[in-house]
Design a protein around this ligand. Structure first.
Ligand SMILES: Cc1cc2nc3c(=O)[nH]c(=O)nc-3n(C[C@H](O)[C@H](O)[C@H](O)COP(=O)(O)OP(=O)(O)OC[C@H]3O[C@@H](n4cnc5c(N)ncnc54)[C@H](O)[C@@H]3O)c2cc1C
Length: 233
């Protein structure tokens, strides 16, 4: 288990992955070894107060001096809009981590399902990058649930991961636009063909969505199926 530290970090880049989700790059003052699936608490000063928010690490656990967080804009929120400000680059924050129990080192079965709702795709990407390199993992299924086809977070990276022969990628779109080609509905409406026996099932996103999906998987009564649920609240 990596040591938990609280260290200064500088926001050195931001880039959009969808119209409402952004990758925030943090250059850390010292290495922060972590295992994919971990999150950090970020402390950021704003209007004389220090605000704390949790963000999952969305970059690969092979790199521990620079980490990326994938953040959804909550327009009325206190912290997430700060990452959309013009002068955010160069801002110093503190990060505490790595935190969380739902990390790749706990997922030991050879068959793994990674389900991400919305911005939960960030940590799914980090986990997928880990398992693609892990010879113990022989079957990796990634499924992302997104509002519409323009809001598929990390679509490019996840599509690239699908070039590995052990990786299957699927999408579910809840509120499709005119050019959608993916199945319509929530992830839990499209579990056909999945065999959850002897599998690790990781689910990440808003808590209510995670719970609904886990219930749907449990209805299939899979044997030896372990659940790893990371609810964003
Ligand atoms: C373990 C964990 C991991 C997480 N990982 C991620 C991640 O990887 N990416 C990510 O984007 N988020 C993640 N989150 C969520 C994140 O911590 C924040 O909760 C989120 O970014 C919103 O923070 P905020 O300060 O912008 O909004 P807050 O100020 O906390 O507001 C929360 C919500 O309330 C609404 N709100 C606030 N004030 C008002 C008001 N006056 N009237 C109406 N509505 C209002 C806001 O619009 C927002 O939707 C994670 C949470 C947890 C617990």
């Amino acid at each position: 288990m990596p040591t938990i530290k609280k260290i200064p970090a500088t926001i050195t880049a931001v880039s959009d992955t969808t119209p409402t989700a952004r990758v925030v790059t943090l250059t850390l003052s010292e290495p922060l070894p972590f295992v994919a699936g971990a999150f950090v608490n970020m402390f950021i000063s704003h209007e004389g107060k220090v605000l704390r928010r949790a963000f999952s690490i969305s970059s690969s656990d092979k790199e521990d001096k620079t980490i990326e967080l994938t953040v959804r804009l909550s327009p009325n929120g206190a912290v997430s809009p700060l990452f959309w400000k013009e002068d955010i680059i160069g801002t110093t924050v503190e990060v505490m981590g790595p935190l969380g129990l739902n990390t790749a080192d706990k997922m030991l079965q050879s068959k793994t399902f990674l389900f991400g709702f919305g911005v939960g795709a960030g940590v799914v990407k980090s986990l997928a990058e880990h398992f693609v390199q892990d010879p113990n993992c022989t079957e990796l299924t990634i499924m992302l649930g997104s509002r519409n086809e323009d809001e598929i977070v990390h679509l490019k990276e996840v599509t690239e991961l699908a070039t590995s022969p052990k990786v299957t990628v699927r999408h579910a779109i809840s509120n499709p636009g005119d050019h959608n080609t993916h199945p319509v509905g929530y992830i839990q409406n499209h579990l056909e063909g999945f065999d959850f026996n002897n599998a690790d099932v990781y689910v990440c996103g808003q808590e209510a969505a995670c719970e609904a999906l886990v219930e749907a998987v449990k209805k299939q009564n899979p044997q030896n199926c372990l659940y790893f649920v990371e609810g964003f609240h």
